[in-house]
Design a protein around this ligand. Sequence first.
Ligand code: ADP
Ligand code: MG
Length: 403
Amino acid sequence: MKIHEYQGKALLARYGVRVPRCLPATTVEEARAAAEKLLAETGGSVVVVKAQIHAGGRGKGKVHKGPNVVARGVEVCKGGADAARDAAWRILGGKLVTLQTGPEGRVVRTVLVEQGVAIARELYLGMLVDRDTRRVVCMASTEGGMDIEKVAEETPEKILKVWADPVTGLAAHQARWLGFQLGFTKDQTAKFVPLLGALYECFTREDCALLEVNPLIVTVDGELLCLDAKVSFDDNADFRHPSWAELRDPSEENATELKAKEAGLSYVALDGNIGCLVNGAGLAMATMDIIAHCGGSPANFLDVGGGATEEAVTRAFEIILESPQVKGIFVNIFGGIMKCDVIATGVINATRKLGLRVPLVVRLEGTNVDEGRKLLAESGLAITPASTMFDGAQKICALVRGT
Ligand code: ADP
Ligand code: MG
């Protein structure tokens, strides 16, 4: 689960990490008032208006309104509160296209109005779980700013790494080593060590999957400040963080995935065109593999689970039927705890409601298989039965190719 920059910065601030003064705004007037407040409080003359979307690359990204490019995703405003108002007017409601959003872009609904800071150096800091070492890896680079992806690709040696011990945490000597490598003065290193410790504390306590500060800056006064914050949480830990519900922005999430989540289904949207309804994560993975093997491409991963009710199965099938990209459906069920007649009833219910506009291949095996097959046979639906998983995959791929 991703959160916005302004939420990430508020989280970091709670751990004692220094971030610039900033205020989120959802309307043009709010943005002007925020800028006025920040300018008065800081005595500065520059504010920065930043589009809040769940994707990076905003600084180089372009905000589109109709056929026109009206702003960048990050606008530096030197003309006081009125300039900030104007920037917010251009950005809000526009479609921001960055390297990370894809060409369709994202609609901007919130901006962050931030104190402009005088930057001496831009550095990169990031933390994530390294599966190879099973530790949190802390990465840093002197090449911070807007081209870090290029640095990682072309000169990976410029990304420094230290791995935190899961028991004792990130050690001060590791942070000092990084600080030295980053070329900090003694004074700056003394600030960097607790800053990195606080970030690590935040990462582990908040169950982050990714915590990225790009750039971490050195101001012209030699202070360290987190100028950007990209935080995403590990969804598997959401049961112990009720507060995440408030941080969620449904408009940034995949609508179908959200609907599936509400129905208690494990669903991941993919970019193919064969909808899959499967029980068990292992079988779901194998089904995607065999579809690919037969030359097709799955539209989703969907595990209805072992104990799914008729309603959940109905909901699952509705989600597949509603996806415009789906050109064929493969139901692949091995009934163990899940009963084949429950699946059949769910498929029939959903189809009665929404109709069936694409080919449907069904392979049922296991508990109550005869009842399930009978229900489907008597339903009047145009179903292509399959005897095995391979047979089913071949059939659905051929049908989709033919349509
Ligand atoms: P993104 O990573 O999405 O491009 P950032 O928040 O990193 O967005 O901003 C892009 C660039 O804009 C930064 O690298 C920095 O140079 C500049 N910038 C961002 N916030 C400020 C600020 N408060 N003051 C001055 N410059 C800023
Ligand atoms: Mg950034």
